[in-house]
Design a protein around this ligand. Structure first.
Ligand code: VOV
Length: 249
């Protein structure tokens, strides 16, 4: 049997994409609209408290284009907590005016392709912990897409020997590292959890860097030969007053 990569797994992640039923929302009495918005913002404030306590993380972004209006990304130590947050959101008044657009369930993942030999427990390493339990910086832009590694005839990632996969991932990592300070990535594994094998979440203050990074990676063998992609979602941050302004009519 071919050697599987060993993964380190961190916080569970839910990407929840919603469309607003603007037509119905516009019909709502302004006072009720305000109450529903305030209730939602209070929910977001509560999520922020978990971020501050480092017991979880969240990100709240618009989505540009027709695939969704906004995305709420939540990270928690257990899948159960994600499920509870999802259920709580669904019971908020504002949720009655949203239409599910897409969702993605995964867990933050690090593989051992580029890890050196060591006897230490990686879960105690602060650098590893910072990646498995990430603090989400409030970047202006987000980009999310799910992806697979191809299993098609001679182009089968899962049939490649470990050493070959390591060599290919090194090249991938080098391209990625050249975007240090411009794009931050969170790779979350979803084999057995959702329809693709990974979720890719990128953050940047310069939206063009998403296109440059993803384009450059397309020429790298890991992506050129082995990557298959789902839908791409791009959006801008909703923070502070913008969280409620977005829902103002
Ligand atoms: C923003 C930069 C960036 C950087 C620095 C980076 C680095 C790295 C390293 C060092 C490693 C391996 C060890 C680990 O950390 O797991 C990975 C792993 C991975 N990546 Fe990556 N990646 C980036 C960015 C980055 C992007 C933009 C994509 C999407 C690909 C594309 O074509 O659109 C991606 C995908 C992945 C995936 C799916 C995996 C898991 C593969 C597996 O088979 O297990 N990744 N990645």
């Amino acid at each position: 049997m071919n050697e599987a990569a060993i993964t380190l797994d961190g916080w569970y992640v839910l990407h929840d994409f919603r469309q607003m039923d603007w037509a119905s929302w516009k019909q709502v009495d302004p006072e009720l609209r305000k109450q529903a918005t305030d209730e939602f913002v209070a929910f977001l404030d509560e999520l922020q408290q978990a971020d501050d306590a480092k017991t979880g993380a969240h990100a709240f972004y618009t989505i540009v284009g027709q695939k969704a209006d906004f995305m709420l990304m939540t990270l928690r130590p257990t899948m159960d907590e994600l499920q509870e947050l999802e259920a709580r959101f669904n019971k908020l008044t504002i949720a009655d005016f949203t239409i599910p657009a897409y969702s993605y369930v995964s867990v933050v993942e690090l593989s051992n392709y580029l890890a050196g030999e060591s006897n230490e427990d990686p879960y105690q390493n602060p650098h590893v912990r910072a990646r498995l339990y990430p603090e989400l910086q409030r970047s202006q832009y987000i980009c999310f897409y799910p992806m697979d590694k191809r299993r098609d005839g001679d182009d089968n990632w899962y049939m490649l020997p470990m050493q070959e996969r390591k060599d290919l991932m090194r090249s991938h990592g080098l391209i990625g590292r050249s975007y240090a300070g411009k794009v931050k990535q969170i790779i979350s594994g979803s084999i057995g959890f959702d329809d693709f094998e990974w979720g890719v979440t990128l953050f940047s203050d310069d939206v063009l860097q998403f296109k440059k990074l993803i384009y450059e990676m397309r020429f790298d063998e890991v992506s050129a030969r082995y990557a298959e992609f789902g839908s791409f979602f791009t959006g801008t941050i909703l923070a502070g007053e913008k969280r409620s302004e977005f829902f103002n009519i």
